[in-house]
Design a protein around this ligand. Structure first.
Ligand SMILES: Nc1ncnc2c1ncn2[C@@H]1O[C@H](COP(=O)(O)OP(=O)(O)OP(=O)(O)O)[C@@H](O)[C@H]1O
Length: 274
């Protein structure tokens, strides 16, 4: 039932020719060393992300959301367990899974134009014509054609974040991992970028995992929201929004499915514990 899908039920047996989930973590645990002692952060996390699915991750500050994203991106290796991409174990960065980090302002090279920032990931690997083509496509998808020759400081925060997303799109990834992608933006810019992301997903079919602190954003953008909680953290709850993909901002906020999913997440994050 939308909004009340409690921890992941056992997956139904897949037919033999079914495609594997795009991403899967199997019993993944991570510890960091703090003051000379191991400090477990993630504890036995098993989750799947389907092809073309949009999954949100919420949880209190410091629970391990970024750590989980780094695992999914092959940036961090788990201590135990494994990560699978299309059914194959992987534990190093790949062009198929691209992460957009939080500090977008600083991540752009200030001496490069928007076009050349976007080209960065492919310029040494592809021929000139293909680079130009890919960059043009990424700029069009992020509505940045008119700013192609601007320098980063000439752009607003929302535009800078769109450049970051264009930098990821130019790689033509199958999975986009976003760490609080719109956190630092004003409400209107944020709303516009949420809709951009939904549109982009429809256009490209890529799979998205994003972290947010904003419960409304989680429900509006995601098909399914995972709540990380506990220390060390596990997935303590999973909420399926049940919203249609082609969603409208105003109607959606009043939809029963939206309200129920938001309530379920708020209960989990801020409700009183017995
Ligand atoms: N490289 C590291 N070395 C040591 N400890 C780390 C490292 N990375 C993260 N941690 C610790 O692991 C815990 C989880 O960090 P993480 O950044 O994944 O949390 P988060 O949920 O993303 O937090 P926030 O919402 O504040 O961004 C924190 O206590 C953090 O201090």
């Amino acid at each position: 039932m939308p909004g009340h899908a409690h921890p992941e039920p056992a997956a139904p047996a897949a037919p033999p020719d079914a495609a594997p989930p795009r991403l899967r973590t199997e019993d993944v645990s991570v510890s960091f060393t703090a003051k000379g002692r191991p400090r477990p952060v993630l504890d036995g996390i098993s989750l799947t992300v389907g092809q073309g699915e949009i999954v949100g991750v919420v949880g209190r500050s410091g629970t391990g959301k970024t750590t989980l994203l780094n695992l999914l991106g092959g940036i961090l290796r788990p201590d135990t367990g494994r990560i699978l991409l299309d059914g194959r174990p992987f534990d190093r960065p790949t062009d198929r899974v691209i992460t957009v980090f939080q500090d977008y302002g600083q991540a752009l090279l200030p001496w490069r134009t928007v076009r050349r920032n976007v080209a960065l990931g492919v310029e040494r690997r592809l021929g000139r014509a293909e680079v130009a083509e890919r960059v043009a496509r990424a700029l069009a998808m992020t509505r940045l054609e008119a700013n192609a020759d601007d320098l980063p400081w000439q752009l607003s925060g929302g535009m800078q974040q769109r450049v970051q997303i264009a930098r990821a799109l130019v790689m033509e990834p199958e999975v986009l991992l976003l760490d609080e992608p719109f956190g630092a933006l004003d409400a209107m810019t944020r709303a516009a970028l949420q809709d951009d992301l939904l549109k982009l997903q429809r256009a490209t079919g890529f799979t998205v995992v994003f972290i947010t602190h904003d419960v409304d954003e989680a429900v509006y953008v995601a098909d399914r929201v995972l709540v990380l909680g506990g220390a060390p953290a596990t997935v303590v709850r999973e909420v399926v929004s049940g919203l249609p993909r082609d969603r409208d901002r105003l109607d959606t906020r009043e939809a029963a499915a939206f309200v129920a999913a938001r309530r379920a997440l708020a209960d989990e994050l801020w409700g009183e514990r017995p």
